[in-house]
Design a protein around this ligand. Structure first.
Ligand code: ATP
Length: 478
């Protein structure tokens, strides 16, 4: 047996190895009581000085009440409070929106801060694994502010140094359940500065009727529905391509019809036109007379797509060296190729040649059509690569109800589900509800498309439709 060398220690291969050989720790010194007392007094003074700045309304109200009480006693205080209450009542009845913003939502925010977030902050964050430990001390992200909108609480948080917003993004389910909210979304404001948004009610629970046809339409910003915060959801078609994905019955038709409806003034003036491909013959055939071109079989659909490619290339040739962006005119109208159930052409059609030609045409249109005024608006049920390997050529995507959690990132891009886009959890009773990524923000936004009913489509065709349809042939020109 070898003699062990002095200082050498036999280390078991599976036992944890200390990060450092020596550990220095500060000596424990008894703190004099006077210092502890002094520190408590300093903290109390800081609290009293800072209180009016942190809670000006509460401190002001209490101070004013105290002054009134000291001069006029209980009766005076009761009179002042009654008058103030009456004033608030009048304000609420006469100017409800300013009352809501300046009084009700602020009071609600104070209550939610105290009762929900401050009370549960530490246990929820510790259990969710968002509290950090260093040298046996626990560090918690700090609540900076709680504000309320009509539908959601926004909790602004200062992160612990060394952590990232991604830590919060990966715990949105834990946070939502921890604070009893239906969901949670994270927005990054700056370094160590994030906002956790917790909806209180579902503002999209009720179906939305078809939006009024605008007087003028801007194809770069078409009103098609409502966002979760109550504002209008605008869909961009000009300068992009849009892929709408959702299981059967998810409401893909409502997104397409709302876009067509918003485009009607441009269609009417001749600065825009819609070419429709409708393999199911159930969705777009209803408003057939609104479309400049219409195809419902594999062959005719491919002919239509190839015709669009030919016109796009002819336009690109004319623009080359003269014009870099497309401006819709009657001579060069903005062209939207609407493709319902695109997988019929790219995956399910029995004729291999049709599938190949369709894929080539869609790829050419989506990769070259943007700047010359051609847009593809396609609907799809199954976003997997085997079914549709062109989805990355669509810059904008709409994720309606999906089958599986893994499909969310396939549609909206990596990290979308971590940021709260739970498209696989959208209830079947909420057709038309979707998640989208708006321009300039990685945070997915929940929206609901307006529902364009058969009666609405009838009214649209009666007012804007053209009775004569030109058949699509491979040679046919617009
Ligand atoms: N935005 C909406 N608001 C309310 N209800 C809607 C909305 N969109 C669709 N619906 C309802 O859901 C039903 C199915 O919608 P739709 O046909 O548009 O789904 P889809 O996704 O196109 O399905 P499929 O792929 O089978 O054609 C509609 O008949 C309608 O009753």
């Amino acid at each position: 047996m070898l003699p062990s060398r002095p200082g050498a220690e036999r280390v078991n291969a599976t036992s944890p190895v200390p990060a450092q050989a020596f550990r220095f720790s500060t000596p424990v010194i008894d703190t004099p009581g006077i210092l502890i007392l002094g520190r408590w007094i300093a903290r109390l003074i800081a609290l009293v000085v800072l209180l009016p700045f942190r809670f000006p309304v509460v401190v002001g109200t209490v101070a004013a009440s105290a002054v009134v009480y000291s001069f006029f006693g209980w009766v005076g205080l009761a009179v002042v409070w009654s008058v103030a209450g009456l004033g608030l009542l009048v304000w609420w009845r006469r100017w409800p929106s300013s009352f809501r913003v300046l009084v009700a939502l602020r009071a609600l925010a104070a209550w939610r801060w105290l009762w929900v977030y401050r009370r549960h902050w530490q246990p929820v964050l510790v259990v969710a694994g968002l509290a950090e430990s260093y040298q046996e001390r626990q560090y918690l992200p700090r609540i900076r502010r709680v504000t309320c909108s009509v539908w959601a609480d926004r909790v602004r948080v200062r992160l612990v140094a060394g952590t990232t917003p991604a830590d919060f993004e990966s715990r949105v389910a834990e946070l939502a359940h921890g604070f009893a909210a239906p969901s949670c979304r994270i927005t990054v404001l700056g370094p160590r500065d994030i906002v956790c948004e917790f909806p209180r009610t579902d503002t999209l629970a009720e179906p939305l009727d078809a939006l009024p046809v605008p007087e003028m339409s801007d194809p770069a910003s078409l009103p098609v529905g409502q966002r979760e915060d109550g504002s209008t959801w605008f869909l961009r078609l000009h300068g992009t391509h849009v892929l709408v994905v959702g299981v059967t019955g998810a409401g893909k038709g409502s997104v397409i019809w709302s876009a067509v409806r918003a485009l009607l003034p441009s269609i009417c003036s001749g600065t825009a036109r819609v070419w429709a491909i409708d393999p199911k013959r159930m969705e777009l055939s209803y408003g057939r007379s609104l479309f400049a071109r219409y195809a419902d079989t594999g062959e005719s659909a491919v002919a239509l797509l190839e015709e669009a490619v030919a016109q796009m290339q002819e336009r690109a040739q004319r623009y080359a060296g003269k014009q870099r962006a497309h401006i819709p005119t009657t001579g060069d109208p903005f062209t939207v190729v609407v493709l319902d159930e695109v997988a019929f052409l790219t995956a399910y059609h029995p004729d291999r040649d049709v599938r190949r030609r369709a894929e080539n045409a869609i790829a050419t249109l989506t990769s070259q059509g943007r700047s010359v005024g051609f847009c593809v608006l396609a609907a799809l049920q199954d976003p997997r690569k085997e079914v549709m390997n062109l989805r990355n050529l669509f810059p904008d995507k709409v994720a309606l109800r999906l089958d599986e959690a893994s499909q969310v990132d396939m549609v909206l891009g990596e990290g979308a589900r971590d940021r709260g886009a739970n498209a696989h959890l959208i209830a079947p009773e909420l057709p038309g509800v979707a998640f989208v990524r708006l321009e300039g923000s990685p945070v997915p936004v929940r929206v609901r498309a307006a529902y364009v009913s058969d009666d609405d489509i009838d009214a649209m065709t009666a007012e804007y439709g053209t009775p004569v349809l030109r058949p699509v042939t491979r040679e046919g020109a617009a």
